[in-house]
Design a protein around this ligand. Structure first.
Ligand SMILES: NC(=O)C1=CN([C@@H]2O[C@H](COP(=O)(O)OP(=O)(O)OC[C@H]3O[C@@H](n4cnc5c(N)ncnc54)[C@H](O)[C@@H]3O)[C@@H](O)[C@H]2O)C=CC1
Ligand SMILES: N[C@@H](CC=O)C(=O)O
Length: 357
């Protein structure tokens, strides 16, 4: 029997759904794959719950009652003291500080699984430095949910590239929240701000919705895919059209922004009206590999086109390669939401566990 110990950072929207999915699947993993999954530590930004034998169904009550203030060192010590076999740190936060500690986690024997996109979008130096550290310590890093949430995008692009296929262009709708917002707003009479709020309530937006509206989240996904194709790119090289008017951007607090979102209504109402007949708004990302260009922008697409037809929080990725020619390989489906994202993380943990002794 192979034991795998999960240390979960981030018990929010994705993290708490992930715990519930793990608790449901683990007896099947034991029976079918010989993997015994234990979750001895769960942590949010302030507190951590330490349970050497692992959390159970009452984890929420246990966390509320027994979680304590902690530092990363406490987790490293706990892991050593209890000789946790195959420790896996899962990052379901948006924290840059935690990402900067990834090398330390790896040096202390941890494998990594991240929904957080920050590690793959910091400088080239950090990106390759982390990979060198992983190689040196023979540890693995999975991050399928960084692009397309639970959709198999990263593995497909990695697979094509490693197999020698020439990827020419990747284009599509890369943001689940912006997809939901424009799919809904294009077809309804409702105000833009109401739809934006709905996207947040459904768990599609980033904790700060401006990360989505600024186009930064799409920019990050483009950069992650570009780096999978060995393009040496930095985030600042991604051309991004922000949807946030200057008066509401960076300088306002998140709360202030929330209170003023109705100021977006008139702007987007105008954009919707100023389109050709039977056209809809879509926020798209495009990576042109040969030119090394990465761009995220709002376009008006024919309603009957592939981009125009997507529904709900769907993402669509059109992957143009040499062998696929004019007809791209297309991957489409829900691109945001706690359930699909958590399931993508569960898949990563399963794949990682299958590689361990
Ligand atoms: N919601 C979605 O559809 C998708 C989300 N993701 C990514 O998943 C991550 C989590 O998203 P949500 O669950 O929606 O966010 P959330 O805001 O609901 O939860 C984040 C959690 O992280 C905790 N946290 C913050 N800093 C921490 C630290 N240094 N150490 C430990 N915990 C810390 C917070 O206390 C909170 O519990 C984000 O990076 C997001 O980009 C990725 C794909 C899809
Ligand atoms: N906010 C993101 C969530 C997944 O990465 C999105 O809308 O796509």
């Amino acid at each position: 029997m192979k034991k795998v110990n999960i240390i979960l950072f981030g018990v929010g929207n994705v993290g708490s759904t992930l715990i519930d999915q793990f608790l449901k699947i683990r007896s099947r993993w034991t029976a079918e794959s010989g993997i015994r999954l234990n979750i001895p530590v769960i942590a949010n930004s302030g507190k951590a719950l330490f349970m050497p034998k692992g959390i159970g169904e009452n984890w929420k009550e246990d966390f509320d009652k027994n979680a304590e203030a902690y530092k990363l060192e406490d987790i490293l010590e706990f892991s050593q003291k209890h000789q946790l076999e195959n420790p896996v740190a899962i990052d379901a936060t948006v924290s840059k500080d935690l990402v900067l500690d990834y090398p330390k986690l790896v040096q202390n024997g941890f494998h990594l699984v991240a929904a957080n996109k920050v590690a793959n979008t910091l400088s080239d130096e950090f990106y390759y430095g982390l990979r060198r550290e992983l190689e040196k310590h023979k540890k693995h890093f999975y991050y399928e949910t960084n692009v397309g949430a639970g959709l198999p995008i990263v593995q497909t692009v990695q697979g094509l590239h490693q197999a020698g296929e020439k990827v020419i262009r990747i284009r599509g709708v890369f943001s689940g929240s912006l997809s939901f917002i424009f799919n809904t707003f294009s077809e309804s009479e409702g105000e833009f701000s109401e739809v934006l709020k709905q996207a947040g309530d459904l768990g599609y937006t980033e904790p700060d919705a401006r990360e989505d509206l600024s186009g930064n989240d799409v920019g990050r996904k483009l950069l992650i895919l570009a780096r999978e194709l060995q393009l040496k790119k930095e985030f600042k090289e991604v051309k991004i059209q922000s949807l946030i008017p200057e008066k509401l951007n960076g300088k306002t607090s998140t709360e202030d922004f929330q209170n003023r979102i109705s100021e977006l209504d008139e702007i987007f109402e105008k954009r919707k009206k100023n389109q050709k007949k039977n056209h809809v708004l879509r926020y798209v990302g495009e990576l042109k590999v040969g030119r090394g260009s990465l761009e995220a922008k709002l376009i008006s697409a024919p309603r009957e086109s592939a981009l125009g037809q997507i529904k709900g929080a769907d993402n669509i990725f059109e992957i143009y390669t040499e062998s696929y020619g004019e007809q791209p390989l297309v991957i489409q489906g829900a691109g945001a939401g706690a359930a699909v994202t958590a399931r993508g993380v569960v898949c990563d943990v399963l794949k990682l566990s299958q590689r361990l002794n």
